[in-house]
Design a protein around this ligand. Structure first.
Ligand SMILES: [Zn+2]
Ligand SMILES: [Zn+2]
Length: 363
């Protein structure tokens, strides 16, 4: 089954991102399950709309989709993310729909982005970190009015309503009052504290809970910690982008971690106990005899927790065999005498290979 996302949203292929967003919001609002209870068709349509917007609303995914044409629903992007993020989408949608266009004339505060570098261990175990963000806050002296106490008067044009109604055909159109710019009052004396802005710039400490197992470049969203909303609209959100520093010993792949472990050639040959690093500390590990270079051992449950399930990944030891250097002549002699019959296994059939070559040349 292939889907034409442009058709689903009812827009042309040349639609710009603003058009796409506007159309999506309109359709999503219309087909939202809360407005269409027990209506399977509306729900299907709503899912399609969301799926289409996940692709077309993202410049990179849209470009990919445009170059491959209609793709099947179970392809690379398709449904991915919808089912697992159902609640999130409903939540986001409501916030978006109501914060722009359906709220009472206010403007949602801007989202803020904060980049935070954390250590490998902090990503593994999770942590709580306090960060300081610049923030505009409502001026406490004037409650955001911008006027000094008693320094304002009701707007004579709109009589304090802040809006003016105009009849246009059948419709009554409401617009912000031009005289007071929608405030409903005229400032005669500015507030000393905020100099009439209604806001003061402060710094705010925000606690960030970083979940154990978080990956590099993850984004955490803290609702309501962005810039303050105007006219009663909600505050923006704070997005924390997490960068995880590299580790001196461990490499990470999703929830598994990898560690290169050097062992001496005698332990590799006859086996023995060695000390290995794990996230929880140094532990003992038994190297079996005849361990080969590059061989790996999996230690279950010593990796990082999965963000959703909490299930622990594994630790992989990749064996590296140290060949001794700077042996003295006596040591070399002992080794040679002891191991003189040991030959590498790989070319044990060199003789037969040589015979094949000779036969080839004789032809
Ligand atoms: Zn007015
Ligand atoms: Zn003030």
């Amino acid at each position: 089954m292939t889907k034409d996302y442009y058709e689903i949203l009812g827009i042309g292929r040349d639609a710009n991102s603003e058009d796409i967003k506007r159309t999506y919001k309109k359709l999503a609002f219309e087909y939202h399950p809360d407005r269409n209870p027990d209506d399977q068709d509306a729900l299907d349509k709503f899912k399609d709309i969301n799926e289409a917007y996940q692709i077309l609303g993202d410049d990179n995914k849209r470009a990919q989709y445009d170059s491959f044409g209609s793709i099947s629903g179970d392809g690379n992007f398709g449904n991915a993310g919808f089912s697992s993020n159902l609640n999130d989408i409903f939540g986001n949608l409501f916030e978006e729909v109501f914060s722009s266009g359906f709220s009472n004339g206010g403007q949602k505060g801007r989202d803020l982005k904060y980049e935070l570098s954390i250590s490998f261990e902090d990503a593994a175990f999770g942590m709580e970190k306090e960060i300081v963000i610049p923030k505009k806050e409502l001026c406490g002296t004037c409650d955001g009015k911008g006027a000094a106490p008693g320094g304002d008067s009701v707007c004579g044009v709109c009589k304090g309503r802040g809006t003016m109604d105009y009849a246009k055909g059948f419709f009554a159109i409401s617009q912000p009052c031009g005289q007071c710019r929608g405030r409903g009052y005229i400032i005669e004396k500015y507030c000393d504290e905020c100099e009439g802005d209604g806001f003061i710039r402060t710094e705010k400490k925000v606690k960030v809970n970083i979940p154990a197992g978080i990956g590099d470049s993850s984004r955490l969203r803290i609702r309501g910690e962005g810039e303050i909303g105007m006219g009663g609209a909600p505050d923006g959100d704070l997005f924390i982008v997490i960068f995880v520093e590299e580790h001196a010993i461990f490499k990470r792949d999703n929830n598994n971690i990898y560690c290169e472990v050097p062992i001496d050639f005698i332990t590799a040959t006859v086996g023995g106990e060695i000390q290995i690093p794990t996230l929880g500390g140094i532990e003992s590990f038994n190297i079996p005899e005849e361990t080969q270079p590059g061989q790996s051992f999996r230690i279950k449950g010593k990796g990082l927790p999965d963000l959703q399930s909490g299930r622990l990944g594994d630790l992989y030891l990749i064996i590296n065999i140290d060949i001794p250097k700077n042996l003295n002549s006596k040591q070399k002699k002992v080794l040679k005498d002891t191991l003189k019959d040991i030959k590498p296994q790989q070319f044990s059939n060199l003789d037969s290979y040589n015979k094949t070559l000779e036969n080839e040349f004789k032809k």
